[in-house]
Write a protein of this length. Structure first.
Lengths: 131, 124
């Protein structure tokens, strides 16, 4: 059981590291393109400006999943501590860790939806709404 | 030139809006947090005629900013647009109830963003 959780924890840690890298790479790529545009006084059309905004959405999506992973890893860490010190408490903690995982997944899914914007339907005409 | 404040915790989002507004006859001030923008407004160093803010930000989100902003006597009637990835109707309703002027969903179309700014500022 302990090894299983250690493996899951390592996998989650690895995914989080890769996500951090992806966020950093896309940020650097955006800034390079933006600097090139600015330095050369290039006129950017609507299509390119919209494509460049993908970086912001990517960063927000990664942030949401990294928060979920952090929450799951905290649950695993608590459980591992109980496994070595109090096996009875560890058994009881299984329900708590399951609940924590489910909460983290629900939050991450909600945030995926909230942070997606018009990425899948950019041709829809409901972008600007006045009250 | 009218002063327009942009608030977003994402540098790339601010850079995207800058690419669009550079060609407009407006004085743009950008802030990476709502608290930073409020400090500038409260100190009188910036007097906006329009604020465009993100919703999902750490420390103070767009709704919290709007509430604080509307508490400033001189800012009660200044238009505020939310520029966000959020699309839920209940969130838009909440913004409307708090005195929001309009809602723009990211990724924004530059022509439509310019048109929204021109409409609010009546720039013709």
């Amino acid at each position: 059981m302990e090894n299983l959780f250690i493996s899951v924890d390592e996998l989650l840690g690895h995914i989080s590291t890769v996500e951090e890298d992806v966020g950093s790479f896309t940020y650097n790529a955006f800034m390079t393109v933006q600097k090139y545009i600015s330095d050369n006084n290039l006129v950017v059309d609507d299509e390119l400006t919209m494509a460049l905004q993908s970086q912001d959405v990517i960063a927000q999506q990664l942030s949401a999943t990294m928060d979920a992973i952090k929450s799951c890893r905290e649950g695993i860490s608590d459980f591992e501590a109980y496994l070595t010190t109090d096996i009875e408490k560890a058994k009881k903690d299984l329900d708590a860790i399951t609940s924590k995982f489910q909460d983290a997944i629900t939050k991450a899914k909600d945030r995926r939806s909230a942070y997606l914007g018009r990425m899948h339907n950019q041709d829809d005409g409901d972008e600007v709404e006045f009250f | 030139m009218p002063t327009v404040i942009f608030i977003d915790d994402s540098e790339t989002a601010l850079a995207s809006t800058k690419m669009v507004t550079d060609s407009m006859p407006i004085d743009v001030h950008q802030y990476l947090s709502a608290t930073e923008a409020l400090d500038a407004i409260n100190s009188g160093s910036v007097i906006p005629e329009l604020v465009i803010t993100d919703l999902n930000m750490p420390v103070m989100n767009g709704f919290e900013f709007l509430q604080e902003f509307r508490n400033i006597e001189a800012m009660k009637r200044i238009p505020v647009l939310m520029l966000t990835t959020e699309t839920k109707a209940e969130m838009k309703q909440k913004g409307k109830a708090l005195g929001l002027t309009g809602w723009i969903v990211k990724p924004f179309n530059p022509t439509q963003l310019k048109s929204a700014i021109n409409r609010v500022l009546r720039l013709g």
